[in-house]
Design a protein. Structure first.
Lengths: 335, 320
């Protein structure tokens, strides 16, 4: 179920260069929760951003939407180009004008992201009329179209529902409809299927994949679920403790991982039957370090089975070999 | 293989403001010594209600539980604690935040007045060693541990009374993948060392496949299919099981036609008449609305509750 690959030559829709999210712990203490990440998302492309908790995935999305708490966090970057405009230097009014219209977000938990005292119709109409100059009647029609697009059955009767009356899957569909209301070019989906049951999750993944293809939008799909990335993304970036450690085409990274962390993550995942074959799962010893507690040199070093003296000295930069980028001094199957 | 735990016709009813939910409506299962029965199903299907009733945290409405051949009182208050223990999904929520790691593991022994003080010390240390908690952590409080360490403490605590049956309710769902492997390896090692029997609940099918000898699929309070892990993975017969299996990475190993579900779990307060799955089933016929399908034997140790299983079974074997 690997997504179809195509060659893309157009300039990327989103270009992020050396973006850091710096958290202010005390007046003098600061820590880079996200540490100089660079990636891009092409038009009509899905990039899967995958990592364990504490990797900095959600902070990355928040920083791109500029939804981070500015009192406690700073975002710095050499460049964040979205659809040809640099959003690092935008003021809050300009940011508001692109939020929802150029870049839209789908959150993990639609129950908290949706307004509990407004009906589906009221919330959809609000998003639609905020981004489009439309009469109420036309906006209502558009709301119905959007609910149809996200395949909500009997859309008309759902308009007057409140979010708590909808099932988890339906809520997520409403969230997706709202994200589409401003005709965005880039969708940030932050763990959109994590809270859902497997059968519903499969439905939502199918829907997102279909919409992404039909509308030709770019998508940044954030998840800890390797299976979801494999199903939906064209390319993947693996994050560990605030850094991107490996990036490349989904099929390559999953079949021939080069970074020891990626390889460890793929083989640590439960697979096969212990009862039948008696194989143990490969463990990655230890846990992800807290941003305040990172080791010297490579952050993955202490947990890595391929570490050498070099790894403790300095942090390996992300280097490209063809389409694949790896931040490791001792990668697997080099080249 | 001796049967260690027998659950017969268990019913668990919850009364809510809006009506009565039959979270478990007549389930019969058995688990042998040293074996794992994996229980899968979507949230709201009654998995946890079943687990809690077996361990004694819920009082079942009816049904019997037999442990090692002795029928036990399902309205018991902790008498079977030495025989059945539970490992919870969220060790943070299930460990007393004011007790140290050491106290948490020693507490069950104290409550049950087992072993002398001196013996307890050695026993607790042995348990913590076994689950991989170093001595430097014995004085820590739960919030000072990582998720994986907390789950290790939860496991040590469950083992303190030397139970032979352990109910694992989503024990690795809250953990990161790299830590999941550590905990799963520990659980399968402990099983072979101590001949433990697990009732293992998870929504993660790959995890279920890895640990289970047998797999039971639950839908709205009933078992719709049960069989060996191999049978379920390669020749699942119930349309619901097939839909679940097709969401996994290894769906290509499944023989036969594909089933896609387009709708969601119906309201458990008013389950559909007849077959509970029929509202989502692409194969439903009139009979399914009238008649509740019973679990029927389909091959050795494989049982399925579906009216159309025979037609379906032919298709599965034809394409195999």
């Amino acid at each position: 179920m690997v997504a179809q690959e195509e060659t893309r030559t157009a300039p990327p829709l989103l270009e992020v260069e050396n973006m850091s999210v710096i958290v202010k712990l005390t007046s003098s203490e600061r820590v880079s929760a996200v540490d100089k990440v660079s990636f891009n998302v092409g038009v009509g492309e899905t990039l899967g951003l995958v990592g364990e908790s504490g990797a900095g995935k959600s902070l990355t999305a928040m920083a791109l939407m500029r939804l981070h708490k500015t009192e406690v966090m700073d975002v710095t970057a050499d460049r964040i180009n979205l659809d040809g405009r640099d959003i690092v230097r935008m003021n809050s009014r300009e940011i508001r004008s692109i939020r929802g219209s150029t870049i839209a977000m789908i959150f993990q938990d639609p129950l908290t992201a949706l307004n509990p005292v407004l009906t589906v119709e009221a919330q959809l109409m609000e998003s639609i009329r905020l981004h489009n100059d439309m009469s109420r009647g036309r906006a209502r029609q558009r709301a119905l179209e959007l609910l149809d697009m996200v395949q909500i059955p009997a859309a008309k009767s759902r308009l007057s529902e409140y979010s708590h009356r909808l099932s988890g899957g339906m809520r997520q569909r409403v969230m997706i409809a709202m994200a589409l209301a401003g005709n965005p070019k880039l969708i940030l989906a932050d763990e959109p299927t994590t809270a859902l049951d497997v059968t519903i999750s499969a439905q939502i993944l199918d829907l997102l994949k279909e919409l992404q293809k039909d509308l030709g939008v770019g998508m940044l799909f954030i998840t800890h679920d390797l299976h979801a990335v494999r199903t939906i993304a064209h390319r993947v970036a693996v994050m560990y403790s605030g850094r991107i450690v490996e990036t490349g085409d989904v099929s390559t990274v999953f079949s021939k991982p080069k970074h020891p962390y990626t390889e460890g993550l793929l083989s640590a995942r439960a697979h096969g039957s212990f009862v039948k074959s008696g194989h143990r799962l490969r463990e990655i010893p230890g846990t992800v370090p807290a941003p305040t507690d990172r080791p010297q040199g490579c952050y993955f070093g202490p947990r890595c089975n391929r570490r050498s003296a070099e790894c403790e000295g300095r942090s390996p930069p992300l280097e490209y070999f063809g389409h694949t980028g790896i931040a490791c001094f001792n990668p697997l199957q080099k080249g | 293989m001796t049967t260690r735990l027998e659950i017969t016709d268990l019913v668990v009813r919850h009364k809510t403001r809006k009506g009565t939910v039959y979270a478990v409506s007549g389930i019969t299962l058995e688990i042998g010594a040293g074996e794992t029965l994996g229980l899968v199903g979507e949230s709201g299907c009654g998995k946890s209600s079943l687990a809690r009733a077996v361990v004694g945290l819920n009082k079942p409405t009816s049904g019997t539980l037999t442990i090692n051949g002795n029928q036990i009182d399902t309205r018991r208050h902790g008498q079977s604690a030495r025989e059945i223990q539970m490992i919870f999904q969220d060790p943070y929520g299930s460990l007393n935040p004011r007790l140290t790691v050491w106290e948490l593991v020693a507490e069950p022994l104290r409550v049950h007045r087992l072993r002398t003080r001196a013996e307890r010390g050695d026993w607790v240390k042995g348990l913590l060693d076994r689950v991989g908690i170093p001595e430097t952590m014995h004085d820590r409080l739960p919030h000072q541990l990582s998720g994986g360490q907390r789950q290790r403490v939860g496991i040590a605590r469950a083992l303190a009374l030397e139970p032979k049956i352990i109910i694992c309710d989503e024990p690795v769902s809250a953990l990161d993948v790299s830590v999941q492997a550590q905990v799963l390896n520990l659980l399968v090692d402990l099983q072979s060392e101590q001949q433990l029997s697990y009732l293992f609940i998870s929504h993660d099918l790959e995890v279920i496949r890895y640990v289970s000898h047998w797999v039971a699929v639950m839908y709205l309070g009933v078992i719709v299919e049960i069989g060996s892990v191999e049978q379920i993975w390669t020749s699942a017969l119930h349309p619901y099981t097939r839909a679940l299996m097709q969401t996994t990475d290894n769906s290509e190993t499944l023989n036969g036609p594909e089933v896609r579900l387009n709708s969601e779990l119906p309201n458990p307060l008013a389950p559909p008449s007849g077959c509970r799955f029929r509202t989502r089933c692409p194969l439903a016929i009139e009979r399914c609305a009238d008649e509740d399908p019973a679990l029927r034997q389909k091959g050795a140790d494989h049982r399925v509750a579906c009216h159309r299983v025979d037609e379906w079974a032919n298709q599965v074997s034809a394409s195999a």
